[in-house]
Design a protein. Structure first.
Length: 248
């Protein structure tokens, strides 16, 4: 057991120890590793390669600005990965591709603007995808294929609309967090989200220390109008970004 950590069974707790890097000497049998609430600014390539038995990895509350390519590639048994409350501005291509058993992925409270194509494609068992409080301007592609999702947190980003059909196959959802985005209720594209919220009022949540059902928490940008109150007549294709008028 590393000197700065406490170990019990297959759990290693190195949280809140002002660590600047991942300690050496973590047992290869470790299943749960707490590295949260430290001052880790970067991960060395290969730092987790011997921890093939890991089920849970807690890296939240550090100062990670980037992840090395392949850093999680040996963690094929990982079920829960917490990367929230760091300073990640981007993710490497394929960074989660080996994590086929993952059920929980927390990327909340980072500085992500756009994600690599296909970043979630191998996460076929994912149940919770937490991406609140980033700078996402569009829905990450591939979310529509995560059909086992129960929790989807997209709140407090810069989302203006949801692509038509993107939530159609997410039939297991029980918690959808959409509040705190500048939803564009003038462009006709909002109608997909408007109808989805109206059809799924019981699962649209806001966070108030706990999940609170609030279908009106998704509001139009700059107003107090709930997205689900929008009428098609009040929207127009000509108000959408990139609209080009066709002349006959």
């Amino acid at each position: 057991c590393p000197s700065q950590c406490s170990c019990s069974g297959t759990t290693v707790d190195c949280s809140g120890k002002s660590l600047a890097s991942v300690p050496t000497g973590i047992p290869t049998t470790t299943r749960v590793l707490y590295l949260n609430d430290n001052q880790i600014t970067k991960l060395e390539p290969g730092v987790f390669d011997s921890l093939v038995n890991l089920r849970e990895l807690h890296l939240w509350g550090n100062q990670l600005q980037a992840l090395p390519e392949g850093v999680f590639d040996r963690l094929v048994n990982l079920q829960k990965l917490y990367l929230g409350s760091n300073q990640l501005g981007a993710l490497p291509v394929g960074v989660f591709d080996s994590l086929t058993q993952l059920t929980v992925l927390d990327l909340g409270t980072n500085q992500l603007t756009v994600l690599p194509t296909g970043v979630f494609d191998r996460l076929v068992h994912l149940k919770e995808l937490l991406m609140c409080c980033n700078k996402l301007t569009e829905l990450p592609r591939g979310i529509e294929r995560l059909t086992h999702l129960t929790h989807l947190a997209l709140d407090q980003n810069q989302l203006k609309s949801i692509p038509h059909g993107a939530f159609d196959r997410l039939s297991s959802l029980t918690h959808a967090y959409l509040f705190g985005n500048p939803w564009d209720c003038e462009c006709r594209d909002i109608m997909y989200l408007r109808n989805w919220v109206a059809d799924h009022t019981s699962i649209v949540m806001r966070w108030d220390g706990k999940a609170v059902n609030d279908p009106d928490s998704a509001k139009c940008a700059g107003t107090n109008t709930p997205v689900r109150a929008v009428t098609e007549a009040s929207t127009s294709p000509s108000k959408c970004p990139g609209y080009v008028a066709t002349t006959t």
